[in-house]
Design a protein around this ligand. Structure first.
Ligand code: PXG
Length: 454
């Protein structure tokens, strides 16, 4: 079968049999999609042979790109040695123990324990059970409520999407009634005439108001991403996190940092909580922990929480068949080894992140860009028709979708989220690749300006 026929067959089978995540089934069943056939370094290739620079690191996970031989070797060796065994019933295995130790060595000092899952969603479900058990053991069983934020993304299981703050997700299922949402620190969209610093304090104070409204004795935890990723790369004002930390401490509320996107270098430090100088009690990770090569996630548990959890006998009634899967853990160890040995994160800010920030910030001069936001290797552009009034290009965020489509057809993957164009390129990009990302994105921005007469 020649390549054209093979592609046509795959596309038609895909439409016929495959229900895709976060996809309009009806539309996809009619139009179909693009078949990605291979990847190399920071490029993906589709079945038409188009090379595309991956400005999203897969789905925010292939931070080291697609050609990490050491990860393939680690998985292969482990598949021969012990492809699977579980961590239930008093058993353990070498890669999960080594991975636990490795994670402890790179996470903030309060973290000395890990609970493994396969994904970020499962890890956030785990967080809820950990938090509930923690306060039960402490004799505060009423502390069950969890506060999150509008427009947050914490995964798509029922519990994780309840924690999330995306309205359109909530419309399709019945969420947990003990989860509440406060505002997000999105200054450009919602800050009005306030300075970023005043706005940061104002939205953080919503946490205090919500705690007082629900009752201090009923609120167990606050969960947030250091930078909201899927919500449009919402970079908080400098005043935001210190105020959140103060409130959590004042009311005995556990602070959960969801580092599924921000972890492992994305924001310029190992973890987003280090970039913003706050001390979480629990920390969710996934994605970049294995460079996206195999599914692995989990929760880092602080000494404060684990001491309580270990103080009482009786099973923690929670676990997954693949919690601490030996092959995923072997790949996780190898991923962290590459990050450590090559000092990729330690050097990021002086090197490629510095260049990426400089090039990205230049885009602020473009006629359709209202605000350019960038931190480490994650960035957004807020698109507007009028910079002075922040008026958007068109209803329903159609302008960003148009811009993304032009950029993608010109060879760079970026994402459209509401009125934003976002990017999170591999942290191992070189300057020429960042230049290519910017050039290709500029084609999209120019076409957008032309289409909307800006
Ligand atoms: N927390 C955060 C902060 C995430 O970004 C999850 C939890 C859930 O992880 P799993 O492994 O269960 O998917 C995520 C996942 C998007 C997009 O459109 C983002 C994610 C997943 C799917 C789509 O940007 N992030």
């Amino acid at each position: 079968m020649n390549i054209d026929n093979r592609t046509a067959t795959l596309k038609s089978l895909d439409k016929a049999h495959h229900l895709h995540p976060f996809t309009d089934f009806k539309k996809y069943g009619e139009s179909g999609g693009r078949i990605i056939t291979r990847a190399e370094h920071v490029y993906i290739y589709d079945s038409d042979g188009q090379q595309i620079l991956d400005g999203m690191s897969g789905l925010w996970c292939c931070n080291l790109g697609y050609s990490q031989e050491k990860l393939v070797e680690a998985a292969t060796e482990q598949l021969y040695k012990l492809p699977y065994y579980n961590n239930f019933f008093n058993c353990s295995n070498e890669p999960s123990v080594e991975m636990a130790k490795t994670l402890v060595s790179v996470t903030p000092e309060q973290f000395n324990q890990v609970f493994f899952t396969n994904s970020g969603s499962e890890a956030n479900d785990t967080n809820i059970k950990l938090v509930h058990r923690y306060f039960d053991i402490l004799g505060m069983p009423a502390k069950k409520h969890i506060i999150s934020r509008k427009n947050a993304y914490h995964g798509s299981t029922i519990a994780a999407s309840s924690l999330g703050g995306m309205n359109y997700m909530h419309e399709q299922y019945r969420g947990l009634d003990y989860v509440h949402h406060i505002g997000q620190p999105y200054w450009y969209e919602e800050g009005g005439d306030l300075s970023p610093d005043d706005f940061g304090k104002k939205v953080a104070s919503e946490l205090e108001q919500k705690i007082l409204e629900i009752g201090e004795d009923k609120v167990a935890a606050f969960i947030a991403e250091p930078i909201q990723g899927a919500g449009g790369v919402i970079v908080p004002p400098a005043t935001y996190w210190p105020e959140i930390q103060r409130i959590c401490d004042a009311y005995d509320i556990l602070l959960i940092s969801d580092e599924v996107i921000c972890g492992f270098g994305r924001t310029g430090s190992w973890f987003g909580c280090e970039t913003y100088h706050f001390q979480p009690d629990l920390m969710t990770f996934a994605k970049g922990v294995t460079n996206g090569y195999l599914p692995l996630g989990g929760v880092m548990v602080s000494d404060k929480v684990s001491t309580v959890l270990k103080s009482k006998s009786g099973d923690f009634a929670h676990g997954l068949t693949y919690s601490g899967h030996p092959v995923a853990c072997a790949v996780g160890i190898a991923t962290i080894e590459i990050l450590k040995q090559q000092k990729i994160i330690e050097n990021l800010n002086q090197n490629i992140a510095n260049y990426f920030q400089k090039r990205w910030n230049e885009l602020a001069d473009h006629a359709v860009v209202g605000q350019a936001r960038v931190q480490g290797m994650v960035a957004a552009l807020d698109l507007v028709k009028d910079k002075s009034t922040r008026e958007r290009l068109a209803p329903d965020a159609e302008g960003a979708v148009f811009c993304r489509d032009v950029a993608v057809s010109n060879g760079v993957i970026v994402r459209a989220v509401d009125n934003n164009i976002i990017s999170a390129p591999p942290i191992i990009c070189n300057e020429a690749e960042i230049d290519m990302l910017i050039e290709r994105l500029l084609i999209g921005l120019d076409a957008t300006a032309k289409k909307y007469g800006v």
